[in-house]
Design a binder for this molecule. Structure first.
Ligand SMILES: CC(C)(COP(=O)(O)OP(=O)(O)OC[C@H]1O[C@@H](n2cnc3c(N)ncnc32)[C@H](O)[C@@H]1OP(=O)(O)O)[C@@H](O)C(=O)NCCC(=O)NCCS
Length: 183
């Protein structure tokens, strides 16, 4: 944790985020991309990629909007070979809203929404996280503890698949679940 995450005008502390959470829509794509750029740690993808996620994958994604501002988002999808999985692709919260429980609230709400769909079975959350990304590991570890389910890790995407020059770390796969009821 670094002190830079709680700005003097932080909006994050002790907020109830529930009323701000919704499915993304096409008009959110550029704001999501700007938020990714603002984090300075996530891979910045094209506006088109965020547009696809915000429309075709809206049922497996979520945004937090406060007074017209996108404060946070999660993009995800169900991998076609593993439809019982929510693969979390990117998670970000605006620096001014960090450490107030927003990312946790978004992931809990997204999982709850998916578990509430008609005919839904147990859901396993997957994400790839590099060994050096302590914040992300803490985030998924806290999620596993909140839902009282195991978190396992296995090799997945390798550094050579991600960058020919070796500038990227391995991205092992975290699997959290199965979760069978909303919390
Ligand atoms: C990681 C990130 C999404 C967390 O968002 P957030 O709204 O501040 O997170 P929350 O307040 O909901 O915290 C949830 C859990 O994440 C972990 N966490 C969040 N920020 C952390 C930090 N700076 N250091 C260590 N752990 C952290 C904690 O385990 C926390 O649970 P706790 O409060 O019970 O200890 C946010 O810091 C961010 O956007 N970072 C840049 C993008 C990024 O790294 N994305 C990958 C994340 S999977």
């Amino acid at each position: 944790m670094t002190s830079a995450h709680v700005a003097p005008d932080a909006v994050g502390a002790a907020r109830n985020w529930t009323g701000m959470l919704r499915r993304p829509q096409g008009s959110d794509a550029l704001a999501i991309r700007e938020l990714v750029a603002e984090t300075q740690v996530l891979d910045l993808n094209s506006a088109y990629a965020y547009l696809l996620l915000s429309t075709d994958f809206a049922d497996t994604s979520i945004v937090a909007e406060d007074d017209g501002d996108v404060l946070g988002f999660i993009t995800g999808y169900r991998p076609p070979p593993r439809p019982d999985v929510l693969f979390v692709w990117q998670v970000a919260v605006a620096p001014r809203a960090q450490r107030g429980g927003l990312a946790a609230a978004m992931l809990d709400a997204l999982v709850c929404r998916m578990l509430s769909e008609e005919g839904a079975g147990p859901l396993t959350v997957e994400a790839t996280v590099s060994p050096g990304n302590a914040r992300s590991r803490a985030f998924f570890g806290a999620f596993a503890r909140r839902h009282d389910v195991p978190l396992t890790e296995q090799p997945h995407f390798t550094a050579d698949q991600l960058d020919a020059e070796g500038a990227h770390e391995d991205e092992p796969l975290l699997r959290i679940g199965p979760i069978d009821a909303p919390r």
